[in-house]
Design a protein around this ligand. Structure first.
Ligand code: FAD
Length: 829
C-alpha cells in the first residue's frame, strides 16, 4: 500500500469519491481515498437519490447545476450507468406566498441559467391526473433534474477516479492526524469484522500526505476530535417509506411515462415512483439529532427503527394529494442519519487553524451536491480559488463559540425547516439568544427584533413590543418595512444609533505590522490617527476581506471587518502573519471582537449629541472638521466611558463609530439615550442600515464583495494603490473586468423591493444579477446593487429586474446616488 501521496481523501461516500475524482481530473496524479468500511456504506447507500435544483443560494445553485450536468456524462466516461432518471421535478404550491417563494427562487435560478417552467393546477392535473390539484395555487417544474441511484453514481465516480489514477483502499480507518510542517502524517488502522461489527485490528500504518480532505459524513464529530477543531456537522434522523404497488399508478404507467419527483412543500414532503408504488420522504417536526459524540462501532450500514407516528401528518397529506395511494400498504422503510449543519449548508473548504487540511462535511443533500462540491473543492485546492465564491460554504462561518449542543439543536431546526417558507427576512429561533451584547435587554425592551449573525443577536429593526416578527415576514414588503422606513428617515434627517458590536475586530501590532499590512492589503495605509477602507485579496486577486483600518500609532493598527465572518477573517489573517513574520519582523495579532462594543451614531444631529457628552475644555469645537476630520479616529471620553471614536458611518451620514469597552456598554447606552432625547435619537436596525448604505453604493461583504470579483470589478479603484506591491495585485490586473458592480434605482412593484438575488436583463438578454436590494427613502423607490457585463454597466443604461416573474424597469445610476459629493458626511459644525 502507498504510504506517501499528494492528497489523501478520507471517506468513501458520494462526496469523498467525487472529490478524489475531481482532484485527479484537475491534474493531481497522486491521490488516494481511504474508506473505513465499504464505498457508500455511510449515509450514501440509503439516500433516496433525488437531485433537486431548488435552493435559495447562488453558490449552491451552481453546485447543484454542475452535479446534474456532470452525472449525465459519467456513463460515457466510465461505461457505468449512474442510474439517472431524468423525470423532472414538480414543486407544488398551496398558497400565494409559496408561489412568491418559487418566483424569487426562479429569478435566482435564471442567474445560473437553470431551466424551469410554470404550471397552473389545471396543467398539472392534465398531465398527471393521479395528483389532486383543486387546492393548489400553481407549481414550478424543472424538466432536467430527477433522481439517481446513489450507489451507482458513487461507483461510476470511483471507476472514473481509478481510471485517472486514484488509489482507493477500503477497510482502512484514519485514526490520527499530525502536521509535520509541510505534510500530514496520518495514522491508519486496518478494520476487520468481528461479530458483525467493524472493529480496529492491530495493523496500523502511517501515510504522509501533502493535503488531506475529510469527507467523513456521520463521523464528523470524531474527525473534529482527531483534528482538535470544531465541526458543527451532526446527523439528524431522516426517514422515507416505500409503498406497495399502487394499482392506479400501475395502470397509468401502461400508457404514460414516469411521474416527476413530486414535492408538496406546504405539506413538507417529496414523493417519487418506486416499482409501481410511491416513496414518501417527509421533513417532519421532531426528528432528533444522533451521534453527537460519535458513531458506535455497531452502527455500519444500519438504520434506525421507523417512527411512523412522527410522520403521520405527512403520510395523510400524501394520501390527500395522491388519493389512489390510500389503499396501498407499506412495503419498506428507511430511517437513516442525514448530516446537517446549523444553516443547512455543507462545510466545504480549508479547516480552521490548520494547513492543507480541507473539510467536506455536513452534507444533507449530498447526492445532489457531491458532483459540484467535488469540482469546486478541487478547484480551491489545485487552483487556489474556485470560480464561484465558496465563502457561504466555508467551514469557518461558524466560530469557536460553537458547541455540540448548539450544533445539535440548530441542526434539528435546519432539518425541520427544509420546507418552511424561506422568507428572505426569516430568522430562525433555535438556540437563541446565545451571544448578546450587554445592551441586549435594553434594546429588547425598546422593541428590538433581533437577527442572528454568527451567533450574535443584532437588532434588525425596532417595533412596538406586541409586534410579531414571525407573522410579519413576506417575500414582498413585510410588516417590519414601515419601521425600517422610519429608522432610515431618522438617520437621514436627525440622528440614529445602530448597535454594531458584532463587528469583527483585530489589533495588529509590532515592528513588522506596517510592512505586513502594506503587503496584505491593497490601499495605502492610513497615517497615525486616520482610517482607510482597504481590501485583503485572494491569490486570484479577488476580495477576501474588507477592512476599515484605524492606525492608532506608528505600528498599532485596528482592523474592523464584517461581524458575520470573525473566524473566517481571523484564520486568513493569522495564517498570512505566520507566513510573513520572518520576512517583515514581529507581528502580534489579537482578536478583540468580544472585548469591544460598537455603537454607530449618525445623522445630521450626531455631532450636537456628542458635544453634550465629551469631556473637553472646548466641547463646542471638539468635533469640528479641523479638530476631528472625516476618516480620522481618536480616543475620547464620553463622561465616564473611554471611547475610540472613528469618524465614519456606513449609512453615509455625518457620524461616528463609538468603540467602547464592552463592560461599559450599558453605561454608554444610557448616557447616549438620555442625551439623545432632545435630538430625537432613534434606535436603528440592520435592515434600515442596509438600505441606507445602498443609497451611498457602499459595497457589503458577502454580497457585492467576495471571492468571485476583484476590487476593480467591484468598482473600488479609489481604494487600490497601484503604485505599491500587494498580495493578489498581479492576478487582479490580469483578470481585468469580467463584470462590473453597479447601483440601480428600480421602478418595482408597489408592494415589494428586490432582495438582491434577482436576475437582470437588457431587453431579453440576461446580463447580470442583483447582489443587494431594498428600499430607498431618499428616492422613494426600490434600490439595488449588482453585477452586470461591462458593456451594460454604463450610467443611464436601462435594464430590467425580474421580480415575481415580471420584468421591472431599472436604471443604472451614478455611484452614491444620495449625496454624491459626500457633503453631509463632511459637514462642519
Ligand atoms: C433516508 C435518507 C434519504 C436521503 N435522500 C437524499 C436524497 O434524495 N438526495 C440527496 O441529495 N441526499 C439525500 N440524503 C442525504 C445523503 O445521503 C447524504 O447527504 C450523503 O450520502 C452524504 O455523503 P457523504 O459522502 O458526505 O457521507 P457518507 O455517505 O456518510 O460517507 C462518509 C464515509 O466516510 C467513511 N469514514 C468516516 N470516518 C472515516 C475514517 N476515519 N476513516 C475512513 N473512512 C471514514 C464512512 O465509513 C462513510 O463511508 C438522504 C439521507 C437519508 C438518511
Amino acid at each position: 500500500m502507498k504510504t506517501h501521496v499528494k492528497a489523501l481523501v478520507v471517506g468513501g461516500g458520494v462526496v469523498g469519491t467525487s472529490i478524489a475524482y475531481h482532484l485527479a481530473r484537475a491534474g493531481w496524479d497522486d491521490v488516494m481515498l481511504l474508506e473505513r468500511d465499504e464505498l457508500t456504506s455511510g449515509s450514501t447507500w440509503h439516500a433516496a437519490g433525488l437531485l433537486p435544483y431548488f435552493n435559495m443560494s447562488f453558490a449552491t445553485t451552481h453546485i447543484h447545476d454542475y452535479s446534474i450536468k456532470f452525472y449525465k456524462t459519467l456513463e460515457e466516461e466510465t461505461g457505468l450507468n449512474a442510474g439517472f432518471s431524468v423525470v423532472g421535478n414538480l414543486r407544488m404550491a398551496q398558497s400565494k406566498a409559496r408561489m412568491d417563494e418559487y418566483m424569487l427562487y426562479a429569478s435566482t435560478a435564471e442567474t445560473c441559467g437553470v431551466p424551469y417552467e410554470w404550471m397552473t393546477p389545471a396543467q398539472v392535473k392534465d398531465r398527471w391526473p393521479l395528483v389532486r390539484t383543486d387546492d393548489l395555487e400553481g407549481a414550478i417544474f424543472h424538466p432536467t433534474d430527477g433522481y439517481i441511484n446513489p450507489a451507482d453514481v458513487t461507483m461510476a465516480m470511483a471507476k472514473g477516479a481509478r481510471q485517472r489514477g486514484v488509489v482507493i483502499e477500503r477497510r482502512w480507518q484514519v485514526d490520527g492526524y499530525r502536521w509535520a510542517g509541510s505534510e500530514w502524517i496520518v495514522t491508519c488502522t486496518k478494520m476487520v469484522e468481528r461479530g458483525g461489527n467493524l472493529v480496529p485490528s492491530e495493523e496500523q500504518i502511517e501515510i504522509t500526505a501533502e493535503h488531506v480532505v475529510t469527507a467523513t459524513g456521520n463521523h464528523a464529530q470524531r474527525t473534529a476530535r482527531l483534528l482538535g477543531i470544531k465541526i458543527p456537522a451532526i446527523p439528524v434522523e431522516h426517514q422515507f417509506i416505500v409503498t406497495e404497488p399502487d394499482p392506479a399508478l400501475v395502470e397509468y404507467r401502461k400508457t404514460h411515462g414516469e411521474h416527476p419527483v413530486l414535492r408538496d412543500a406546504d405539506a413538507k414532503w417529496y414523493v417519487r415512483e418506486e416499482r409501481g408504488g410511491w416513496i414518501l420522504g417527509p421533513y417532519e417536526e421532531g426528528a432528533p439529532a444522533r451521534f453527537e459524540y460519535g458513531v458506535p462501532d455497531s452502527f455500519r450500514a444500519d438504520l434506525f427503527p421507523l417512527d411512523l407516528e412522527r410522520i403521520e401528518e405527512e403520510y395523510l397529506s400524501m394520501i390527500h394529494r395522491i388519493p389512489s395511494s390510500e389503499t396501498v400498504g407499506l412495503k419498506d422503510d428507511f430511517n437513516g442519519p442525514i448530516c446537517y449543519t446549523p444553516d443547512g449548508n455543507p462545510l466545504i473548504g480549508p479547516a480552521p487553524g490548520l494547513r492543507n487540511m480541507w473539510l467536506a462535511e455536513g452534507f444533507s443533500f449530498g447526492i445532489t451536491a457531491a458532483g459540484g462540491a467535488g469540482k469546486y473543492l478541487a478547484d480551491l485546492m489545485v487552483e487556489g480559488e474556485a470560480e464561484i465564491d465558496m465563502a457561504s460554504l466555508d467551514p469557518k462561518r461558524f466560530g469557536s463559540w460553537m458547541t455540540t449542543e448548539y450544533a445539535a439543536r440548530k441542526n434539528e431546526e435546519a432539518y425541520d425547516h427544509v420546507y418552511v417558507l424561506h422568507h428572505p427576512d426569516e430568522e430562525r429561533p433555535a438556540a437563541r439568544p446565545l451571544r448578546t451584547s450587554p445592551a441586549y435587554d435594553r434594546q429588547k425592551a425598546a422593541g428590538a427584533q433581533f437577527g442572528h449573525v454568527n451567533g450574535w443577536e443584532r437588532p434588525n429593526y425596532f417595533a412596538p413590543l406586541e409586534f410579531s416578527d414571525h407573522d410579519a415576514r413576506s417575500f414582498r414588503r413585510g410588516g417590519w418595512w414601515q419601521y425600517a422606513v422610519k429608522e432610515a428617515k431618522a438617520m437621514r434627517e436627525g440622528v440614529g444609533m445602530i448597535d454594531a458590536s458584532a463587528f469583527t475586530k483585530h489589533v495588529v501590532k509590532g515592528a513588522g505590522a506596517t510592512a505586513f499590512l502594506d503587503w496584505f492589503t491593497c490601499n495605502k495605509l492610513p497615517r497615525v490617527g486616520r482610517i482607510n477602507l482597504t481590501y485583503a485579496l485572494t491569490s486570484h486577486g479577488t476580495v477576501r476581506t474588507e477592512y476599515t483600518i484605524v492606525r492608532e500609532a506608528e505600528d498599532i493598527y485596528h482592523l474592523i471587518s464584517a461581524g458575520a465572518w470573525t473566524s473566517y477573517d481571523s484564520d486568513y489573517l493569522r495564517k498570512a502573519v505566520e507566513d510573513k513574520e520572518a520576512e517583515f519582523g514581529r507581528i502580534e495579532v489579537q482578536n478583540t471582537t468580544t472585548q469591544t462594543g460598537v455603537f454607530a451614531l449618525a445623522g445630521p444631529r450626531s455631532r450636537d449629541l456628542l458635544k453634550k457628552l465629551v469631556n473637553d475644555a472646548d466641547p463646542e469645537a471638539f468635533f469640528m472638521n479641523k479638530n476631528f476630520p472625516w476618516l480620522s479616529a481618536k480616543p475620547i471620553e464620553l463622561k465616564m466611558c473611554p471611547v475610540m471614536a472613528i469618524r465614519v458611518a456606513y449609512t453615509g451620514e455625518l457620524g461616528w463609530e463609538l468603540h467602547h469597552p464592552v463592560e461599559m456598554q450599558n453605561y454608554l447606552y444610557d448616557l447616549l439615550m438620555a442625551a439623545g432625547e432632545e435630538f430625537g435619537l432613534k434606535l436603528v436596525g440592520a435592515r434600515a442600515q442596509n438600505w441606507l448604505r445602498q443609497e451611498k453604493s457602499y459595497r457589503a461583504f458577502g454580497t457585492e464583495l467576495g471571492r468571485d470579483a476583484t476590487p476593480q470589478e467591484a468598482g473600488l479603484d479609489r481604494f487600490i494603490d497601484l503604485e505599491k506591491d500587494f498580495y493578489g495585485k498581479d492576478a487582479m490586473l490580469k483578470t481585468g473586468i469580467r463584470s462590473q458592480c453597479v447601483t440601480l434605482l428600480i421602478e418595482g412593484p408597489e408592494d415589494a423591493d428586490p432582495w438582491g438575488r434577482e436576475v437582470l436583463y437588457a431587453g431579453d438578454v440576461r446580463v447580470g444579477r442583483l447582489t443587494s436590494g431594498g428600499y430607498s427613502v431618499a428616492f422613494g423607490k426600490s434600490i439595488g446593487m449588482g453585477y452586470v457585463k461591462p458593456e451594460h454597466a454604463e450610467v443611464g443604461n436601462k435594464l430590467k429586474v425580474k421580480m415575481f416573474d415580471q420584468l421591472w424597469d431599472a436604471e443604472i445610476v451614478e455611484d452614491s446616488p444620495y449625496d454624491p459629493s459626500n457633503a453631509t458626511i463632511r459637514q462642519n459644525g
